[in-house]
Design a protein around this ligand. Structure first.
Ligand code: G1P
Length: 908
């Protein structure tokens, strides 16, 4: 018997899946850029919201998807006798689901960004098709069309009732004030539905007059309004009834109320009773519903706009076009069509995370909306590839979150450049935060050539936290604002470059006993949060080292291309450039601490505002001295070999200053993170990479979870490392196949020309996800694969940005190099189609490029070279640098903006 899986419509990202209702953890996102955010399951469970305080349907976690009775439901009573849920959620259908005689045929179809469930009941001879989407405009509305068809050969009378419970309040009230907040409700029946507007909102902002209303509106496909309503939940379900068996439906009650009635208090439900209708054999009838969160009053009549077959269909088409045009910016066409379709879902994911943050799908990662610093920067990586236009501004605004001590604001508001002082007084500092802005900025400059960006002036973030949150500035109060001031009380600003410098230079001196950077409150791994005193992260020390060297290179380009040789920086910051003053002995931890302390003291509450000039040459010298010291330090101290003869890089020290990795009485300890960053940063030599991949294959690779685990099993709740080790092994940050790190492993391998290994990493994740019987996840990359092989935390994961980046920059090798286009493909032989071709559509210099690599002899990666390049059939000149072709930006930017251009690249 063939395995059950989703199937793509040929050459397309739309997919179908049989019996999706028999899997508990599936959910699908429906959203728009006005931040209407829905989650929907095959039984139409899930929730609908615009933010933490405005949930139209009750907030759900993954477990609730099959545990709660609140869902978008649509009932019909057939021939006044038998109640049937067209969405499949009734007490009876739940029982019948696994009964061969009574089960229904259910199929999911989904695409960009719509969700359709078809359900056939062969006893009742009824079929339902339920389609949901959120229109791609500024309306915060979810639309749902229910089409009922009589598939039998005798006429059926149906009595239809839509039933969507309205929660209408903050997620905070899920327990706290759950009942009292229902007393705030003011419920009204209007011509086309039920409206709920609570008088007050009770949430973390206090008790405030509420301005948001929640509505369920509906009409039949011909535009007819409902005949009545059951707006009060307790009346609708009846004593002893429930949303899975509501008395008003089961008894086919007609004591519904009419429009224009008002009620105070009560839990509400958008229960809309439509007129009875007789469906002849083959006949169908549609109903269109709109679930609305109204923050500002709509001038338009939303029922008139959306609740007709014509209106619904038109907005559905517009919605498909909207999302298509987004994902079509980057497309792949290789030997594996299914993989190319799967990648379209991955391409969409960074946009979804921009909308949902990390908090608003049923596997919510953290928070109450907004995004964390790290995610903010990494999601921009993908944005740079898909929608580069606004990225300059976004990056620029983000830099305003940097503090003068090199740390940064961690709570990011929804408006550009909005950083919020930590309400909970959390003084946690993640040491990796300073490294990501440079990576994203570098990608931006490489693709745009915009070196001037480094010289833009931006302010710094300021709150009570100083000395990288080791101390609190008692003199600061929130009235002082969140901008760093100089001694005269003026807002201080410095160049973007200065921000990047302070992020790296402070860290360089912030070392632990072993002279690696301190782990502080954690690094990329949020679960390593209990080693603040003596913990060290060798992994990220390497990344900072590489960044310093790459920043030095960028400064060289600045010197050459902008013809400048001096820069201004804050006077205080010169302290950190010790090469230019009194050289610090980098082997001395004490000397480093002393210097850092001096710097922190110099800009404790205010900064002088004075600037000093430094020559770029000196700056380069200092950065190179530091970067190279790091690389050599790790190489000489952290390369380990265990008893079994495997060799790799130690990635961490714990809070007792003990080395984390290597042989241990409870088993061999190894982390993937330690390897990823030693490879990516160039710490590991080519010979060492071979050893590392052997060790990773031996200790970390596990096909049953789609590849490389984050760590081996430590068999210890390691309180001197972090909460991760409290998690069961194989889950989340304790040894799961964590896609983000695995994809970064692939990226690092490609970067160092270990392309076959890099390919294997991505391929094993993909093959695992595709195996739906095990992964239980829709197309796209989930955050992690659990110990049983299931994919979790789908859609909202930084791994999607990194996968897209790896595909474009490494696999297809379409890179920028300070503005010029570089082609350096690393496709393995099997990725070329039967004609030896592989193709990528992408944007560069604001031009749409369709790049085809032709490898007609099927030469393997590393053995082929670029022979010729044509643009629109004309051969062009290019420079070969280490096997990569560099094409002058001018050649690309003189191409027509409105056309797609064909680049043919012959390999051999
Ligand atoms: C999540 C967080 C990310 C963090 C990672 C490891 O990963 O969003 O910031 O670094 O856990 O703790 P993601 O969901 O982005 O894959």
């Amino acid at each position: 018997m063939s395995k059950k899986s989703w199937e793509f419509v040929e050459g397309n990202e739309e997919f179908s899946l049989k019996d999706p209702d028999k899997i508990n953890s599936l959910y699908f996102p429906l959203a728009n850029e006005a931040e209407m955010m829905s989650a929907i399951t095959p039984s139409l469970h899930g929730d609908i919201k615009t933010g933490q305080n405005t949930f139209a349907m009750e907030p759900v976690s993954a477990i609730d998807l099959h545990n709660k009775k609140s869902s978008r439901n649509f009932w019909v009573v057939v021939d006044k006798e038998e109640a049937w849920s067209a969405t499949g959620y009734s007490a009876k259908q739940e029982v019948y689901k696994f009964d061969n005689d009574n089960s229904e045929e259910v199929t999911l179809e989904a695409g960009m960004l719509w969700h359709k469930i078809t359900r056939e009941n062969n006893k009742l001879n009824l079929k339902s098709e339920v389609t949901n989407f959120v229109p791609s405009n500024d309306d915060t509305v979810e639309l749902m069309k229910v089409k009922i068809t009589n598939t039998g050969n005798k006429a059926r009378e149906v009595s239809p009732t839509a039933a969507i419970p309205i929660y209408g309040r903050s997620a905070d009230n899920l327990r706290d004030h759950r009942h009292v907040t229902s007393l705030l409700n003011r419920i009204e029946t209007v011509d086309n539905g039920v409206e709920v507007k609570p008088t007050l909102s009770f949430d973390e902002r206090g008790h405030k007059l509420n301005a948001v209303s929640y509505k369920v509106l509906g009409r039949d496909g011909d535009g007819k309004s409902p005949v009545g309503f059951f707006p009060i939940l307790e009346d609708f379900v009846g004593e002893g009834g429930s949303l899975a068996w509501p008395e008003s439906v089961i008894s086919n009650a007609n004591d519904y109320c009419e429009s224009g009635e008002k009620f105070e208090g009560f839990e509400a439900v958008g229960a809309l009773r439509f007129e009875d209708v007789t469906l002849k054999p083959g006949e169908e009838k549609s109903y269109i519903l709109a679930i609305v969160i109204e923050e500002d009053e709509y001038e338009e009549d939303l029922a008139a706009k959306y609740c007709s077959t014509q209106g619904f269909n038109a907005y559905l088409e517009a919605n498909k076009d909207f999302w298509q045009s987004k994902i079509n910016k980057v497309q792949f066409d290789s030997s594996d069509e299914e993989f190319d379709s799967w990648m379209k879902w991955v391409t969409l994911q960074p946009t979804l995370r921009r909308i949902y943050g990390c908090s608003f799908l049923p596997h919510h990662d953290y928070g109450r909306g907004g995004r964390g610093w790290r995610d903010l920067w990494q999601d921009c990586l993908a944005l740079l590839l898909m929608e580069p236009e606004p990225v300059r501004d976004i990056l620029f605004n983000n830099f305003a979150g940097v503090r003068i001590d090199g740390s940064n604001a961690t709570i990011i508001g929804s408006k550009p450049g909005e950083f919020i002082a930590d309400r909970n007084d959390i003084s946690r500092v993640w040491m990796d935060h300073g490294a990501w802005p440079f990576l994203t900025t570098k990608l931006y400059i490489d693709r745009s050539g915009d070196l001037e960006f480094l010289l833009e002036e931006q302010n710094y973030f300021r709150d009570a936290q100083i000395y990288r949150s080791e101390k609190t500035d008692e003199s600061w109060s929130s009235e002082d604002g969140n901008k760093l001031l100089d001694e005269d009380g003026n807002v201080y600003s410095g160049t973007v470059l200065e921000h990047i410098l302070v992020q790296h230079l402070t860290l360089f001196f912030n070392v632990g006993e072993h002279n690696n950077l301190r782990l502080e409150g954690g690094d990329w791994n949020d679960g390593l949060d209990m080693a603040e005193d003596k913990g060290e992260t060798v992994a990220f020390t390497g990344l900072y080292g590489r960044n310093m060297l790459e920043l030095a290179d960028l400064l060289r380009s600045l010197q050459e291309k902008l013809e400048i040789d001096k820069l201004e920086i804050a006077r205080e910051m010169k302290l950190l450039l010790d090469t230019l003053n009194d050289k610090v002995d980098y082997d001395s931890v004490t000397e480093k601490h002393k210097l850092l302390d001096n710097y922190f003291t110099s800009c404790e509450s205010v900064i002088s505002g004075e600037k000093v000039e430094v020559s770029i040459e000196d700056l380069i010298l200092d950065l190179e001295r530091k970067g190279n010291w790091i690389i050599n330090h790790i190489r000489s101290n952290e390369w380990i070999e265990n008893k079994e003869g495997y060799k790799w890089y130690n990635g961490y020290y714990d809070n007792d200053a003990q080395r984390l990795e290597g042989d241990h009485s409870s088993g061999v300890r190894m982390t993937l993170t330690g390897q990823v960053f030693s490879i990516m940063s160039g710490v590991a030599t080519k010979e060492q990479i071979e050893k590392i991949t052997d060790a990773a294959d031996h200790y970390l690779k596990d096909e049953s979870v789609g590849g490389y685990r984050l760590n081996t099993e430590f068999n210890e709740v390691k309180l001197n490392m972090g909460r991760a080790f409290g998690f069961a092994f194989g889950e989340k940050e304790n040894g799961a196949m964590f896609s983000h790190m695995a994809v970064m492993y692939s990226n690092a391998l490609y970067k160092r020309d270990f392309s076959k290994n890099g390919f294997e990493v991505i391929n094993s994740i993909y093959e695992h996800c595709k195996d739906f019987e095990t992964s239980r996840t829709y197309p796209g990359i989930p955050e992690y694969i659990d110990s049983r092989g299931r994919g979790l935390y789908h859609y909202l994961t930084g791994s999607a940005s990194w996968l897209l980046l790896t595909m474009v920059n490494q696999v297809y090798g379409v890179q920028g190099i300070v503005g010029d286009l570089m082609l350096d493909p690393k496709l393995v032989k099997s990725q070329f189609d039967k004609n030896g071709r592989a193709n990528i559509t992408t944007i560069f210099a604001d031009r749409n490029l369709n790049i085809t690599y032709e490898n007609s002899e099927f030469v393997e990666v590393n053995d082929y070279k670029i022979k010729t390049i044509t643009i629109n059939n004309e051969e062009i000149d290019f420079n070969l640098e280490d096997g990569a072709a560099v094409i002058d930006r001018e050649l690309i930017s003189k191409l027509d903006k409105d056309k797609e251009h064909q680049l043919e690249v012959k390999l051999g």
